[in-house]
Ligand binder design. Structure first.
Ligand code: COA
Length: 180
């Protein structure tokens, strides 16, 4: 099995494989009103956060990659949110999805794009070497669509997901990565 690194860095952020030390921060993320507006995670009790984090751990063990918790590299080293890769069946096809959510206080500084580019680099890098990844977001979520476009995704089609209109994006492994 190919394995992604447990931790890696981007210019301003550190990605860490989730552990108990991230529990409080994830409770905060999953109750952030800005995040709630875009991802359907109502009533995220501490117990549900625990179950979710346990599912992330299982995904890592089964597939060798998963969600990372993202933290500032410098200063207070605050946790900004979570983002990574997961297997998900959508429209009858198994996709490797790029997903992310960051606390509202960190929006608008390019961090969403920076983390997404870091995750894409891991997806196509030598350790994971995936052939393609996908992402989808609400049609109204322009911020998320810009993050996808700026990290190399291409719009593929409109879809209905969870009974709501979404836009579906895909990114194929760049050909120049295969030359070496
Ligand atoms: C979507 C999200 C990741 C964006 O993170 P961010 O750190 O603010 O993004 P960036 O600062 O890297 O901005 C990326 C681009 O999106 C644009 N953008 C960000 N928010 C926007 C908004 N609400 N409307 C329109 N454009 C927006 C920025 O202007 C920038 O584009 P530009 O460089 O052309 O100006 C963040 O808002 C978030 O976590 N949202 C809640 C969870 C969520 O929606 N997750 C995705 C579910 S599919």
């Amino acid at each position: 099995m190919h394995r992604a690194p447990d931790t890696f860095q981007t210019p301003r952020l550190v990605a860490e494989r989730p552990g108990e030390e991230h529990f409080e921060a994830m409770c905060g993320l999953f109750n952030d009103p800005g995040v709630m507006e875009w991802i359907k995670l109502q009533n995220f009790s501490p117990e549900k956060t625990r179950r979710t984090m346990a599912a992330w751990q299982t995904h890592w063990e089964q597939h060798g990659f998963g969600i990372w918790v993202w933290r500032e590299r410098d200063g207070e080293r605050r946790v900004i949110g979570r983002g990574g890769l997961r297997l998900f069946v959508i429209d009858g096809r198994a996709e490797i999805e790029l997903l992310y959510a960051y606390r509202q206080e960190f929006w608008g500084r390019g961090l969403g794009t920076e983390a997404a580019r870091g995750i894409v680099a891991q997806a196509f890098g030598p350790q994971l070497a995936l052939n393609e990844i996908a992402a989808w977001t609400l049609k109204t979520n322009r911020g998320s669509q810009r993050v996808l476009e700026k990290s190399g995704f291409v719009y593929e089609r409109d879809i209905l997901h969870a009974d709501r209109p979404h836009v579906f994006y895909r990114q194929i492994r760049p050909a120049d990565l295969d030359k070496s």
